[in-house]
Ligand binder design. Sequence first.
Ligand code: ZN
Length: 686
Amino acid sequence: MTGLSLMLSSCGGDKTTQQAGQTVNDDFVYEVDEFADLQILRYQVPGFESLSLGQKEMIYYLSQAAIEGRDILFDQNNKYNLAIRRTLEAIYENYKGDKSTNDYKEFEVYLKRVWFSNGIHHHYGEEKFLPGFSKEFFAEQVRALPDSIILRDYWMSEGEYMSADNFIQMITPVMFDPNVMSKKVNQASGVDLIQTSANNYYGDGVSQKEVEAFYAKMKNPNDSQPIMYGMNSRLVKSGNGLKEEVWKIGGLYSPAIERIVGWLEKAKAAAENDAQKKVIDKLVSFYKTGDLKTFDEYSISWVQDSLSRIDFVNGFIESYGDPLGMKASWESIVNFKDLEATKRTEIISSNAQWFEDNSPVDPKYRKEEVKGVTAKVITAAQLGGDCYPATPIGVNLPNSNWIRKDYGSKSVTIENIMQAYDRAAEHGGFNEEFVWSQAELNLLHNYGFITDVLHTDLHEILGHGSGQLMPGVDPDALKENGSTIEESRADLFGLYYIADPKLLELGIIPDADAYKAEYYRFMMNGLMTQLTRIEAGKDVEEAHMRNRQLIARWVYEKGKADNVVEFKQRDGKTFVVINDYAKLRSLFGQLLAEIQRIKSEGDYEGGKKLVEDYAVKVDQNLHNEVLERYAKLNLKPYKGFVNPVYELVTDKDGKITDVKVSYDEGYAEQMMRYSKQHSWLPTYNW
Ligand code: ZN
């Protein structure tokens, strides 16, 4: 499954930044909060002010729709999540005791983690995380709560609500016992994946065999346009069989879906054009009927709308939360096209032939006619559901394979989110630890982000599509080294051209020396700092990492005689130093020519030798040193975001005159506000 590509940089320090497309505010503070293994950031929405009033209004309505489904995701992740979240929030608000105790501090951390993960399981690792406060502290706080909704919502039997003691008895093992509901999504083989997963996509007692039989009966293997069976329902026992509780108006989760639809209707009234209206109509109709054919029609109209400035995802999209990959979690991203950055990708794409004709590879391996692909660059305006607070930096939808084949897909990169990651990474102390001197730090600060983004553009838009195979050469001739060689080829195309005066002439790079930032970052990463992601004693395995080491090691070795790149020591620490940037570029060009030859000729032995000689083995001493230095920085491996706050501005007659965006809401503040103003589901939905 393709879906949202979760290309999260889990390793803080790879990149540094400068704004690429839109202008961002340089004094902006990105860091909001940190706890456990998490850091909370905020992101700017550059360009929002320059949208038309209608566009701003539409974003406002869609941003509200993006918050309203939050409870759905909590309930999908585990059937006790809403009860636990609401209990913790009630304690958080009513707590009168000493806030300096360990129990209280741990309580706050746990609540923040539950908010972040949309439940009691780790958002990435899927395992249940345990409270650091005592069961006694918890029980005492629950008993101290005023007549709570958590209890009033639970109907034990005719006329009898749950007592605080009943509740404590029910919920304590769910929160505290490591063996109860220990994994949200179990992928281990040899067990019933449904019964060993703690998510709430299937009712009590439903087995994997029953689920598989239930959906096998529905599917027609000859259908060339198959709907995605089961993606919008919970499957439960009913009599001797099973039945779907469909997520729709009038079905399961109706109170939240009604709110979502209400905002979508308002957004439709503010839509930019008919294509966009049609997209919203189809989605609303799907939310009303739960009909999966309608969902496919919605996906098709969504893919076909490429002209609107504003775009959004709102619905049941990704199925990573279901071990069988059917049930889709609720999510939303509201965004608008970044015109500046998209212009950049279009300029590169429309000059594809020039780049091909001037590349340093043997003319017979070049493509006579080459076409660059364009990717849209977007600015995220609001994140919701499974995209909040942890969020992807790219989107590639829809997920339906036949729609992708017949109608295509949208692939976008979210530049303001990338920019926030990169800026925050600059503050973690990573570069200060690993970069040689102030000169390189300045380069990275001034040009690190724009050249990183440009390198990615050149890699994706031109690199992979360049060059041709000789007649009769098998495209898979390089076998197990194929993807490493292919990634190297695309990366080298980008590295070679990022230093080309052509980019200045095209107006897409700010300065003739800017490329040095990417060269330094690439060499430091490939020779040294990417080792932070590998355990001590292990080789380099992953294709992109092998590709980077292959390139960096090769140019280092080949340039040794001229001292192009060297390792220098200071205070017992190792640093990468580049002495001759121009020669480095020509080495990148030489390696590109050789790698294109290997690819074009299908030279399996040549590819294998390059990978074995340069890409796999690690200098153990350097690796240990890098790991030690990295550990001392104490960087948080996972990051997420708070949303901006949008506010309608009206005149004395109540007419909307503007939409204001502000960025000063804190993490707990935002979570509590969402829980108060955008929480519509009963505590127990079973
Ligand atoms: Zn690639």
